[in-house]
Design a protein around this ligand. Structure first.
Ligand code: GDP
Length: 190
């Protein structure tokens, strides 16, 4: 299944409840060490997650099924190692762009990714969310909330501050990503 908003034929975990659940693909991108793996792992513990889908056909991507407003959606976190230029509109529904507030270079890299997304024709209208991670490390902060917020606004992106270490704002992030995707759903599609 490689198209966006593809339909799953069911799950292998025996719950059977995700028949016809739409799979939304989210690219988690950003510099190495900013916390992409940690955030993805924390998603699996969120109270919004109905279950973690069995995933043996795919070693790198993780799925979670989220129940929000009585509607179930499966989110697939796709490999963050890819550069934004390598994604196409077919391969991804949203971009989660992560940086660490302790690492100025990672912030610059995140801004570059937002720029690329907004200037690449086939993905320029995709929802993006700029994620300032490691906000527990307040004293090492190198990027202010104000500048990040204003850059996010400039690129028509949501802004979210998280700490994967403290499990802070992880639910908000997951729900924020899903809400953005649902808002963006192509009119006319079921
Ligand atoms: P990735 O390379 O982007 O996947 O980053 P990882 O998830 O592997 O995290 C890199 C390092 O940062 C690890 O040592 C994590 O434990 C640490 N880390 C990730 N998120 C946080 C956070 O929110 N706060 C703190 N203090 N450390 C974090």
């Amino acid at each position: 299944i490689n198209s966006t908003q593809s339909r799953d034929s069911g799950t292998a975990d025996g719950t059977g409840s995700s028949v016809n659940t739409i799979i939304h693909k989210v690219a988690m991108v950003g510099d190495k060490g900013v916390g992409k793996t940690s955030l993805t792992n924390q998603f699996m513990t969120s109270e919004f997650v109905a279950f973690e889908t069995d995933n043996d056909d795919d070693e790198t991507d993780r799925h979670v099924t989220v129940l929000l407003n009585s509607e179930e959606s499966t989110i697939k976190i796709v490999d963050g190692a890819l550069k934004s230029q390598e994604f196409s509109s077919r391969s991804v529904d949203a971009f989660a762009v992560v940086y660490s507030i302790t690492d100025r270079a990672s912030y610059q890299a995140a801004v570059d990714i937002l720029y690329h997304v907004r200037h690449q024709l086939d993905i320029k209208d995709k929802p993006t969310i700029l994620i300032a991670n490691k906000i527990d490390l307040v004293r090492k902060r190198k990027v202010t909330r104000e500048e990040a917020r204003s850059v996010a606004k400039q690129y028509n992106s949501k802004y979210c501050e998280t700490s994967a270490a403290l499990n802070h704002h992880i639910d908000e992030l997951l729900v924020g990503i899903l809400s953005q995707i649902r808002l963006h759903k192509t009119p006319g599609l079921p």
